[in-house]
Write a protein that binds this ligand. Structure first.
Ligand code: BMA
Length: 317
């Protein structure tokens, strides 16, 4: 507990809640899970699992309480299929799950690691057992993407993070069919210089719909002489025009502090790709990768995050 800064995120005492040792087959590491609640209230995590080649696949873990007693699929759940989808040659990573009520399906947007670099791929599923792959919907270099849960006006909207030169900013693109994307708009820019979110930012979990707007938890990467530090910040976007930023916090709200976050295959990384909302409709359970090695859980209040942005956030000019 850091007394100088009121904490918006509270780590679970059982952290890390999932590690490679829990896996039913040999793996190197498990991290950066997408998350959702199934119709019966089960928490499903779609975990990024890295094997000893260094390639990743996705594997589902299910739990009644979202904390322990995970039932992990005995085999990989979504495995790279480079024969039909060449963009998956070097693995699939970092899934973000959105339940799309209009389709009655879950959309999984993930990183497909091709010879050309990481791009964004989409698959739909009803049950996390069979998947309809759409292939690569954003060409490399692009990642950190999620589908918004409903159409904005007439169009589907995808938040993603293309890289252009030294800059990596968050963009939003629109589509009428989930396959062809256009009307690209810059959504949030990385800062410069010594900022915690200088040069490289990206969406973390999918945006959270609130009465005040879309609440976005994003990651910022500070490059230091001792390597990168991945931390999280908050921003709020207009409900009807999500590229319009209403508020952005200057300070990070969550960063690597615990040993399992500071030391691992990649030191000093907290990287959430998913959350669930508790029955009180306010408590977020944020599932995050810790140091690219294990999976941890933190909770936070949506109201408290909005309040923090209201008090400390800045409206971009
Ligand atoms: C990012 C992503 C994440 C990873 C992080 C830290 O670029 O690739 O999957 O957790 O780097 O290594």
């Amino acid at each position: 507990m850091n007394n100088q800064h009121p904490e918006l995120f509270h780590r679970h005492k059982l952290n890390p809640i999932l590690t490679a040792a829990d896996w039913p087959y040999p793996v190197n590491s498990v991290f950066n899970p997408g998350a959702t609640l199934l119709a019966d209230g089960t928490t499903l995590l779609l975990c990024r699992v890295e094997d000893r080649r260094g390639h990743s696949h996705l594997c589902a873990a299910r739990s009644a309480n979202g904390v322990d007693e995970w039932k992990i699929d005995a085999q990989p759940t979504l495995y790279p299929d480079p024969e039909h989808f060449p963009e998956e040659l070097w693995g699939v990573e970092d899934p973000r799950i959105t339940y799309v009520a209009e389709l009655k399906k879950f959309a999984i947007v993930y990183t497909a690691f091709s010879r050309e670099g990481p791009g964004v791929a989409l698959a739909l599923t009803e049950d996390f057992r069979t998947f309809e792959r759409f292939g690569e919907i954003m060409s490399p270099e692009d990642k950190d993407a999620a589908l918004m849960p409903c159409r904005i006006g007439d169009y589907w909207a995808l938040i993603h993070r293309p890289v252009s030169g030294p800059k990596a900013n968050i963009w939003i693109s629109y589509s009428s069919d989930l396959r062809h994307w256009g009307s690209h708009k810059l959504m949030l820019e990385s800062r410069r210089g010594s900022w915690w979110d200088a040069n490289k930012i990206g969406l973390s979990p999918p945006p959270i719909e609130t009465a005040q707007g879309w609440l976005v938890i994003y990651h910022g990467v500070k490059m230091t002489g001792a390597g990168c530090i991945y931390r999280l910040g908050l921003a709020l976007f207009d409900l009807h025009t999500p590229e319009k930023c209403l508020k952005r916090g200057d300070e990070w709200v969550f960063g690597p502090e615990e040993p399992y976050e500071r030391q691992g295959d990649v030191d000093k990384v907290v990287f959430p790709c998913g959350y669930t909302v508790a029955p009180d409709k306010d408590t977020l359970r944020i599932y995050y990768g810790a140091a690219d090695s294990s999976i941890a859980l933190a909770t936070g209040s949506i109201c408290a995050m909005l309040e923090w942005l209201e008090q400390k956030g800045v409206t971009p000019s």
